[in-house]
Design a protein. Structure first.
Length: 159
């Protein structure tokens, strides 16, 4: 039996949306929103905050903080802050994983939400189709240090 060649994730085609962020890889929105706050995103765009990053920009990997330049193809963990109307799976507040080489980074951005403006650091604009999956928190039990998993409730599919 012959072995099948392995596919590279870098060549998997994605569905194009109205807004295509793949042309802006490596770009930045820093300094764009100096007198304004972003209130919503469009299409299938997500504004998310990295939750695996320290204030100095290091990425947490199993309790070890590493410089991001050593982890260029790292998987990242982020929390959705604003979600476009065409996102089908990710909702505001969801935590998800995605490849680090996707999206447009923003070091700090003002967000208008629920009648308030807040500054959020270490954020990224990302297309929903670049996300690989939702994540669940695994808190430790106090008595035996065995992990317990609490997955978010499944969402009803809209027709």
């Amino acid at each position: 039996m012959s072995k099948q060649p392995l596919a590279s994730i870098d060549v998997v085609p994605t569905t194009k949306s109205i807004i295509d962020l793949s042309n802006y890889r490596g770009g930045s929105f820093d300094g764009v929103f100096t007198d304004h706050a972003i209130a919503e995103v469009l299409d299938q765009i997500i504004l998310a905050e990295h939750i695996d990053e320290s204030s100095t920009g290091e990425i947490n990997r199993n309790g070890i903080w590493v410089k991001p330049d050593h982890q260029t193809k790292a998987w990242r963990i982020a929390k959705a802050i604003l979600v476009g109307p065409n996102c089908r799976t990710i909702k505001e507040g969801d935590i998800f994983c995605y490849p680090n080489d996707r999206g447009i980074r923003v070091s700090s951005i003002e967000v208008y939400k629920d009648g308030k403006v807040s500054t959020i650091s270490n954020t990224i604009f990302l297309e929903e189709n670049r996300i690989f999956g939702k994540c669940a928190n695994i808190p430790k039990k106090q008595e035996d240090n065995e992990p317990t998993v609490s997955f978010p409730p499944k969402r009803k599919k809209s027709k």
